[in-house]
Design a protein around this ligand. Sequence first.
Ligand SMILES: [Zn+2]
Length: 263
Amino acid sequence: MEKFELCYKLPDERADTWLAPQLLSVLQPEALEWEGATEGVTQSHTLSQPELQIRYEYEFMPKGLLSQHIVRNHRYIRQTELAWKSGAVFERAGAQALVTEAWGSRNIRIRARGANAKELLTLLSEDFDKMHERLEGLKVRKMIPCNCKVCLKSAEPHFYDHEKLQRRRMDGKRTVECDLSYEDVSVAGLLDGVFAKHIQNPKQLLEAGEIEEALRMMPQTNETTLLLGQIVSGEREFLQGLLNEKEYGAIKNRVLAAALKLM
Ligand SMILES: [Zn+2]
């Protein structure tokens, strides 16, 4: 089943515990601390922390996109009770992201907050982009919110088509007019406001405990390939119950120390 991205084993639970997204609760968890999570309303101006967001709008929404996304990115799910049928909270390096699927309005939203929010939003959205590429004939628009003075204060800001903004940038057009305020808004400011140009470097990732990701980013040498093999097989054996948490932890520490020496 794992091969088809249908379920994954929970690393910190009993060896026989699997989480299959299709078996997740339909109800949004009560512990969810995100304003406007169900209403689909942006309330970033009411939050104490600034929030980043993007959304995907589908002409026809393919089934199971969010489930697949949850499985593919399960390493960022720290609290399994915050994953349900139509949403999940992902955490990475001090950032939290809420991804929700709304069948009625045929969209998927990604909202992110905290330190490194931009990196997490970029990682998750790139994963959706990859999934979309595999679906032939899929019609989807990636939308990013306006950051003009009016929209920043608005619960319903204007959204721009990401592809069109990129085309503008390529064609040397620096601004775009907001439909709501008619203000000329910087194209680079819109794009760079939500997406990170460079996800953290390998050293930062290692320090954040993202060993596998860091190794994949480092130049491929015999040493990094060897370490990557050790961490991947360690995780697999741990998931299969062949290693206990302590043994797996020892492998991680050893690989981490060796990888830091290569920096
Ligand atoms: Zn605006």
